[in-house]
Every structure is written in structure tokens, then in C-alpha cells.
Design a protein around this ligand. Structure first.
Ligand code: HEC
Ligand code: HEC
Length: 354
């Protein structure tokens, strides 16, 4: 679905309303891991608060919808829309967003109606001084979100950027700059961010059939992977990459939403999304001590959930990829696209965020 179609569909007649409880259930299953049990944010990685009035009240419905449907590629925020391989149907996404809005208790008052004409060169100076420490020198993210992300920049209006900078986000590390920066400096930094928007359109649906669960074991004839572990819990990217290069026996599980697996994954990894648990996979796993490594992007929360579940089922050798898959990619270890083709370059697999 094109981006404009996607926005249009926001205004399509609603399917029958679901029980309000469904929103809470969807949230607990798919979002709480990173955004926190009570939407407070920062439970894993730097997932923002989903209850700050500055976000829930002042973002446009399209901004919130796209963040959830398409995710923020190259960050831990995956695409949750079914057509991208995510777990949420269109109706479920409506129910979930309506629940989030209702829980936040603020009316929806988007602040998109503002045109900002600042000086992007001056804005860069403001950014380096006041923003880069949290949002990254190139907008790649850190304690704060990835402000250089193409999906973010394509959907955040000038007014929303300016409002966020002035008001901050209550009960999060994002300060309010209304007292610190003047009107001009604020406009300048908005224009600096805006100047970096390279445009973005929702990618066409990628639906690749994941490999058979019976094909979980990689290099079935090889010796078991020798992995250096930390606290019997974590293994490093270097150690896993070396085991794969030596063609040792191993099982890799991608604990992210399947949409992320569809976009790119460590070669041979099976999707094992955190929200599905391990019931479906366990019968297909050999009980011969074959090392199992789960990974995610956040960088431990989703993989940790899968590893704990596996340990609970007797797979004591299950481990977490220590630094997560974004670090794996940044270190130049191999990835393949959902259809099994090697990713041509890193930017093929993970859209640049800087
Ligand atoms: C694996 C961790 C993870 C899960 C699970 C997750 N998110 Fe996120 N989410 C993030 C991160 C990290 C970001 C910020 C990404 C960035 O750097 O731009 C984010 C950003 C967002 C944003 C944009 C917020 C803003 O300030 O612009 C929204 C909205 C959002 N998530 C909603 C959801 C919803 C709804 C769910 C459940 C369907 C969900 N997320 C599940 C990690 C996650
Ligand atoms: C102390 C750390 C910190 C500093 C300094 C900071 N931010 Fe943030 N910023 C954050 C965090 C954390 C968030 C996510 C808010 C949340 O947790 O809900 C955020 C969110 C944002 C957002 C919303 C992004 C989104 O995905 O919706 C914008 C825009 C933003 N910041 C701009 C700026 C600008 C511009 C500056 C400098 C003038 C700045 N920030 C300085 C921590 C910071």
C-alpha cells in the first residue's frame, strides 16, 4: 500500500468496534516489552513514552499510525502492520491506537499547522550544542530517538517538531527547551532537521515464506558451535560469526517481529518473535545440546524473553546475542534479505538513520 493510500485508509469507515479490553491485551502482548507495562517508555532501549501528553495529544493520527505500521527502520521499532509481515491487522491497529489515545486522557490536537522558515546552517550549531548528546551526532539516536530516521522525518510536521522541542516530553529525558532556546534558534534547529528529510514512501509488502521449522539446525553435520559465553547468558557477535564461518552446528532465532526478519536477518536464522513464545518451535528443536542463539535489536529484551522461555523448557544452552543485531550489522557481519539473498550492502538491509 502506498503511503498516501495508507493515510487515506485512516479515514475509511471503521470496522465494527472491538471490546476496549482488546487494546490493553494487544498493548501487553506487543508493546509493553519496550514501551513499559504502563506506557512509561524506556523499558528496553530508548523506546519513548507512549503516554506523554506532548506525543499523544499533539502528534497527528497519521504520524502515530505510520510509526506503528511501518516502524522506524534501522532502530528497534519494527513494522507492526500485517502487510509488512508484522502481527497487527488494520483493525487491531485501530483498536490499539484508540486505546492508547483513550488511556493518555488528552484530546487529539495535532499541531501540524505551522510553517517554519529557519536557517539550517545555524540550526546545525544549535543541534550540536543542545541535542547531539542524546540524539546522536548524525541523528542516529542514543538516549533519545533517531531524529535522522527517514520514516520519522517524512511523517513529523514542522509544527510537531517545534512543539516537541519547546514543550519536551513530560516524565522522559526529553527536556523542554522553551526557556533555553529563543524562537529563532528553535526555528533554526527545526529547519536543520527538516533539511535532512530525504523523503520516504512505505515499501511494498514483503512476504517471504519463512523456512520450515524442521530446518532450524544450521550445519547439521558440523560439530556444535564453540561460543564464548558471559554469565551462561550472553555470546558475542564475533564468537557467533566465527562459529558460522567454521560451519559449526547452531540454531539462530530472530526474536523481533517477523517484519524485521522479512527485511533482513542473520543468514539461516528462523523467525521466533518474542510475542509468540516458544510453544510452536520447541517440538522442532533437537534435544542434543545444539547451541541456540536468539537475537533482537533492542538489544536484549526480546531475545532475553525467548531465551528464558527456552531455558524453562530445558534448553539450558540457549544464549542471547550480546550486542543485538544492529551492532552485528554495524560490525559488518553478514545479513541476508528475507528471500534468502545476501544483503548487497548494509544500507540495503538497514536504512541509514544518519
Ligand atoms: C523491541 C522494542 C519495541 C517494541 C516491541 C515496540 N516498540 Fe515502539 N519504539 C521502540 C523504539 C526503540 C522507538 C524509537 C525508535 C527511534 O529511535 O526512532 C519506538 C518508537 C515508537 C513510536 C514513535 C514515538 C515517538 O516519540 O515518535 C510509537 C508511536 C511506537 N513506538 C509505538 C509502539 C507500539 C504501539 C508498539 C506495539 C505494537 C511498539 N511501539 C512496540 C521500540 C519498540
Ligand atoms: C537529555 C537528553 C535529550 C536532549 C538533550 C534532547 N533530547 Fe530530544 N528526546 C530525548 C528523548 C529521551 C526523547 C524521547 C522522549 C520519550 O522518551 O518519550 C526525545 C524526543 C525528541 C523528539 C521527538 C522524536 C520522535 O521520535 O517523535 C524530538 C523532535 C526531539 N527530541 C528533538 C530534540 C532537539 C531538537 C533537541 C535539542 C534542541 C533535543 N531533542 C535534545 C532526549 C533528549
Amino acid at each position: 500500500m502506498s503511503f498516501s493510500l495508507l493515510l487515506l485508509s485512516l479515514f475509511a469507515p471503521r470496522a465494527l468496534a472491538k471490546e476496549p479490553a482488546d487494546g490493553a491485551m494487544l498493548y501487553a502482548r506487543y508493546c509493553a516489552l519496550c514501551h513499559g507495562d504502563d506506557r512509561q517508555g524506556h523499558a528496553a532501549d530508548h523506546a519513548p513514552s507512549l503516554r506523554s501528553p506532548q506525543l499523544m495529544g499533539n502528534a497527528s493520527p497519521g504520524f502515530l499510525w505510520t510509526a506503528v505500521a511501518q516502524g522506524r527502520p534501522g532502530t528497534a521499532m519494527a513494522a507492526f502492520a500485517e502487510e509488512q509481515g508484522g502481527p497487527l491487522s488494520h483493525d487491531q491497529q485501530h483498536v490499539l491506537l484508540e486505546w492508547l489515545m483513550a488511556r493518555s486522557g488528552v484530546p487529539s490536537e495535532p499541531v501540524d499547522d505551522v510553517v517554519v522558515n529557519g536557517d539550517p546552517l545555524q540550526g546545525r550549531v544549535v543541534y550540536d550544542e543542545h541535542c547531539a548528546s542524546c540524539h546522536g551526532v548524525k541523528g542516529e539516536g542514543g538516549a533519545g530517538t533517531a531524529l535522522g530516521n527517514p520514516v520519522f522525518l517524512a511523517t513529523a510536521s514542522d509544527g510537531f517538531l517545534r512543539h516537541t522541542i519547546q514543550q519536551g516530553r513530560a516524565a522522559t529525558p526529553m527536556p523542554a527547551f522553551a526557556q533555553t532556546l529563543g524562537e529563532k534558534e528553535t526555528d533554526d534547529v527545526v529547519s536543520f532537521l527538516r533539511a535532512r528529510a530525504i523523503g520516504w514512501d512505505a515499501p511494498p509488502p514483503v512476504r517471504v515464506r519463512p523456512p520450515d521449522l524442521d530446518a532450524a539446525v544450521l550445519n547439521p553435520d558440523g560439530p556444535p558451535a564453540r561460543l564464548e559465553h558471559r554469565e551462561r547468558r550472553f555470546v558475542s557477535s564475533v564468537s557467533v560469526a566465527a562459529a558460522l564461518a567454521r560451519e559449526e552446528r547452531i540454531i539462530l532465532l530472530d526474536a523481533r517481529p517477523v517484519s524485521d526478519w522479512q527485511r533482513s536477518h542473520i543468514p539461516g536464522a528462523l523467525p521466533g518473535p518474542f510475542y509468540d513464545g516458544v510453544d510452536a518451535i520447541v517440538p522442532h528443536l533437537p534435544r542434543d545440546g545444539t547451541p541456540i542463539v536468539a537475537y533482537c535489536a533492542c538489544p536484549h529484551a526480546a531475545s532475553g524473553k525467548i531465551v528464558d522461555a527456552l531455558k524453562g523448557r530445558g534448553f539450558r544452552q540457549a544464549r542471547i546475542l550480546d550486542e543485538g543485531v544492529l551492532h552485528w550489522a554495524a560490525a559488518g557481519h553478514p545479513l541476508e534479505l528475507g528471500d534468502g539473498a545476501p544483503a548487497k550492502s548494509r544500507s540495503d538491509a538497514l536504512e541509514p538513520t544518519g
